[in-house]
Write a protein that binds this ligand. Sequence first.
Ligand SMILES: O=C(O)CCC(=O)C(=O)O
Length: 299
Amino acid sequence: MINDKDAGFYHENGYIVVDDVYSMAEVEAMRAVVEELVEKSRKIADHNDIYDLEPAHSADKPRVRRIKEPFKVHPLYREMVEHPNIISIMNKLIGVNQRLHGGKINIKAASFGSPVEWHQDWAFYPHTNDDVLAIGVMLDDMTEENGPLLIMPGSHKGPTYDHHADGSFAGAINPNDCPLDFSKAARVTGKAGACSFHHVRAVHGSEQNRSGQDRILLLYQVAAADAWDLQRFNEPWEEYESRMIAGVSTLEPRLVQTPIRLPYPTAKHTGSIYENQRAMKSRFFDFDNNPDKILEDAD
Ligand SMILES: O=C(O)CCC(=O)C(=O)O
C-alpha cells in the first residue's frame, strides 16, 4: 500500500497517513463494537481495566474517554491489526517481524472529548531499539476541527523530553520548558478508514474536541520483534509470544543506542495517559471539563 518514497517520508518526518486502509464495512463493524462497549459502560461509575471515563460520565449520559487494550476486549480488534494492508505497510516501516505492544480506543466525543498533552510514547515504553510505532485507525473522519492528532515533524530524531512533574512520571512534556515550536505541528487528518503511523519517539498531542463531530481513533502500538520492551522482560513467555502479529519472534534483542528516560517513580494518577497528565501544572491545551456547559454554550 505504500512505496519507498512514502517510507522515506515516514523516516524523515516521523509519521505518515495512508488513505483507505480499511473498507467502510470494516470501519462500521469496528465502530459498532465501540457503541456496544459505550452502552455497557452505563453500569460502571469509575475507571477500570477496560474503561477510562470522561470526568462527567454517568449512567444516564455514558461518557467514555478510552477503551483500554481493545484487542483483549473483542476479537475483531485483534483481527483488524493483522489486516493484510496493515502488515504490508508495517513491513516497509519496521520490518517483517512484528509484535503488538498494546492499544486503546480514544473516543474524543463531539463537544467535549478530552485533549491529550504533548508527549512521546517512548517515555512510556522504551524498547531495546526504536523500530516501534503507533497506528491510528480513523473510525471517524479526523478533521481540522474535531481534535485531530498533532505531530511535531522530525521530533523523533531529537531528545527524549522530561515527562515528569513534582518528581514523578506525569506522561507529558512541560510546554514552558521545551524548545519545540508547537505552532509547527502537522495536523493529521483523513477520512474514516485511513490510518496514521507515528514513530514512538515523535512528539504528539491533541486538542479538546469542541466540534459537533465525534473523533474515534483506534490506536495500536507495534514493535519490531527484536525490539524488547525494557519494562516487560519478565512477562510470561506465552503472553509475549501471543502478541506476534507477523513474521517470527527472536530471543536476540537488537540493541541500538537511543535517548531513554524511564517512567519512574510511577505516576501519581494511574490508569491512563489522561490520569497521568492530571499531575501537570502547566498544560498546553485548554480543557473545559464541564461537558454540559460546553453543550449548552453550543446550543
Ligand atoms: O487520541 C489522541 O489524539 C492522542 C493519542 C495519544 O497520543 C495517546 O493516547 O497516547
